[in-house]
Design a protein around this ligand. Structure first.
Ligand code: ZN
Length: 692
């Protein structure tokens, strides 16, 4: 027997919003309205879609309302066929956000296939008269993807920033197939997915972010007609987006899937305030610069080392990757005052064996001591994982098996023999004094049916990600301070993100930094084409550190490239000595300045005045560094106005600007830079009574 639902709606609210939940006639959360304006973000029936046979309002089963001092929680339970849906909303008394968690359970005896399962609030697009006119308020609305308003492969002028009309069309995602050539084609999709969205309207916005450390999930938007009714914009909730989360594509009898949490943040201000609110939420989830983070500036030997550019053979390793060649790089690193020598492919016995090549480079500990004592350098290593490796360097039990039980010439990242061997070798290197590992080659290793591996038959992407986590955890258990950088855990070293950027970060013993999307080969072109402008948006949305190394041979005499990546990647690596001595001298000057201000770039709060004017603020010192860029091929004057509180400085304190023209009018400051073509300049903002 099903219980009778209460006839009156449940209302939960705080100062930011009100949510009504109707239960009579089936579960129906909404409207969801902003208190200050009365605007109803959700003004139509909540969408519950399992598959073409199962959709509509879930039958009421029960509900529970728990009101505490700090928060109110409502748990609704309903049924759609054999699917039991538990729908939870949490409202904090003092926080301007609503949290939503959806769990589904197959209580029947048949598998439920649901590759396009989707739940979400709905906003009606129909005008009051039923015509095509969009409701007042929505016509001005913009929907911005977070964190990649500029997509990683997007060009100047291209933005993932849509009107409601745009959302009626097609979105896209980038497909990555191992072995495919760039440019990873866009695959059209009617559902728009991102880590978060900002629904921006004049003076206010709603941030809709998804946070899932289990399955890979996205925050989704779709214009659709549920039950052939009028068009709505569906937002929030949960759902499968091109195959993820894998666990929710089909539900076996008895199986439960708990989707990641959805957070709706009500923000006063423009879309940038929405981005900052997203960043604050991610910081609260643990995705932030760790306290006292001080990663060594890397010198990468790869750019000037012929091994990378020629075939990787034992002969070439001996010829190009023995101690004399590596010491030449250490001399450059020391000359420009880098803090660590980063060894890209070549330092180990064979590609990705992770076994130190003692015959060419002394014993690992001896090499580490030599670098420290002779050059003042720490040692960092490229240590690619199972997808990009010489498989003969690992036990045969670590290989994949196909459906017929045939052993394949490829490693399974989930094989215990692989995880154990890799972890032991990394720990051995950390014991020798290595301070940093780059987890490149982190791509999904593919299906595997070896029952002895202990993973599910088939091996999911999610399990693969967990296997990577296990290696990071093993290293960090033994050497907690070693810095681990992880590339995308599904597609690895390509300028595409598959998993959300925060995915698995912050879990105990997990990685410390994210790879800055392969902008290492032609960093100047990445910048001038607009692709690397994505890093500006990333920093508005995340303080989780990015790592990059850049090819200085592509830079100019103004060190434009150096400063762009120094300003957008909290952990910086450089390499490739420029042939022009004037450029090398400019790089040495830039490094001196960078090192003097390093704590601003590594640990400061990032504020964007414009795509080409960045601020790095140390709040506790009430000081900031401004970096201004001119990407144009002719001289330009760039300027921006701000109030101290806009950039994390104390209101009511008088500041002075050193290194740029400045003007003060009331509480507003203007900084201006006269910049040569394709150049960068720095200024410092400090309290006027701390004049240097
Ligand atoms: Zn396997």
């Amino acid at each position: 027997m099903l219980a009778h639902p209460p006839s009156a709606p449940i209302t939960i609210h705080n100062p930011a919003f009100t949510l009504q939940i109707r239960l009579k006639g089936g579960l129906n959360p909404g409207p969801l309205a902003e208190r200050s304006t009365g605007f109803r973000y959700a003004n139509a029936g909540y969408v519950y879609h399992v598959n073409s046979d199962l959709s509509g309002r879930p039958t009421y089963v029960t509900h529970r309302l728990t009101a505490g001092k700090d928060q109110t929680e409502v748990a609704l339970v309903g049924r759609l066929g054999d699917l039991e849906i538990t729908h939870v909303f949490v409202v904090k008394v003092r926080e301007p956000y609503l949290d939503e968690i959806i769990t589904v359970k197959n209580v029947g005896r048949e598998t439920i296939k649901c590759p396009d399962i989707a739940f979400g609030f709905a906003h009606s697009l129909a005008g009051a008269g039923g015509g095509k006119r969009i409701r007042a308020g929505l016509g001005d609305a913009r929907f911005l993807a977070v964190p990649y308003r500029r997509e990683l492969l997007g060009r100047a002028g291209e933005y993932q920033d849509y009107s409601i009309e745009d959302l009626k069309g097609q979105g896209y995602y980038r497909i990555f197939t191992p072995g495919a050539q760039e440019p990873f084609p866009k695959v059209p999709t009617p559902e728009f997915g991102a880590e978060g969205w900002v629904w921006a309207m004049p003076g206010r916005c709603l941030v809709m972010l998804k946070h899932s450390q289990e399955g890979i999930e996205h925050s989704l938007l779709r214009v659709e007609r549920p039950g052939k009714a009028r068009s709505v914009l569906r937002f929030g909730g949960a759902g499968v987006w091109h195959g993820d989360p894998e666990a929710a594509v089909a539900l076996q009898p008895g199986e439960t899937v708990r989707f990641g949490g959805m957070r709706y943040i009500f923000v006063e201000g423009d879309w940038k305030k929405g981005y900052y609110a997203f960043r604050q939420a991610m910081e609260e989830f643990g995705h932030r610069v760790p306290p006292a983070f001080d990663p060594p500036v890397h010198w990468n030997e790869l750019y000037d080392n012929k091994l990378w550019w020629g075939p990787d053979t034992p002969e070439n390793r001996a010829k190009y990757y023995s101690l004399p060649q590596i010491e030449e790089e250490a001399v450059k690193a020391s000359d420009i005052r880098c803090q660590a020598l980063y060894l890209d492919p070549g330092w180990d016995t064979t590609f990705a064996s992770t076994l130190w090549a003692e015959d060419r480079l002394l014993k690992a500990a001896e090499f580490v001591n030599l670098m420290r004592d002779k050059y003042g350098l720490a040692v960092s290593l490229h240590t690619p994982l199972a997808a990009w490796t010489d498989i003969s360097a690992y036990p045969v039990e670590a290989r994949r098996k196909d459906q017929d039980g045939k052993v394949l010439d490829a490693l399974c990242s989930g094989a215990p023999a692989y995880i154990r061997t890799k972890s032991e070798r990394l720990i051995e290197l950390a014991r020798a004094g290595v301070v940093y590992f780059m987890f490149d080659g982190s791509g999904y290793t593919g299906p595997c049916d070896d029952g002895a591996h202990g993973h599910s038959i088939g091996y999911s992407r999610q399990e693969h990600c967990r296997s990577i986590l296990a290696i990071a955890q093993a290293v960090h258990r033994a050497f907690p301070k070693v810095i681990i950088e992880l590339h995308d855990p599904v597609v690895a070293g390509v300028p595409v993100r598959y998993a959300p950027t925060y995915y698995m970060h912050g879990l105990p013993g997990s990685f410390d930094e994210v790879w800055a999307f392969e902008y290492m080969w032609d960093p100047m072109d990445d910048l001038l084409s607009g692709r690397a402008i994505s890093l500006y948006y990333y920093n508005l949305a995340y303080s989780l550190p990015l790592y990059i190394h850049i090819d200085l041979r592509k830079d100019n005499e103004q060190a434009l490239e150096f400063w762009w990546y120094a300003s957008t990647c909290r952990h910086l690596g450089i390499g490739g000595k420029h042939a022009d001595q004037k450029v090398w001298a400019a790089h040495k000057r830039a490094m001196r300045q960078y090192l003097r201000l390093k704590e601003f770039f590594v640990g400061g709060a990032f504020y964007g005045l414009q795509e080409a004017i960045h601020v790095h603020t140390l709040k506790e010192r009430n000081r900031a560094v401004v970096v201004a860029f001119n990407l144009d091929d002719k001289p330009a004057r760039v300027s921006a106005a701000f109030r101290p509180e806009d950039i994390g400085l104390d209101a009511g304190v008088e500041f002075m600007v050193s290194g740029a023209e400045s003007r003060q009018r009331g509480s507003e400051y203007t900084v201006a830079f006269e910049l040569p073509a394709r150049s960068a300049a720095l200024a410092e903002i400090l309290p006027a009574d701390q004049r240097p």
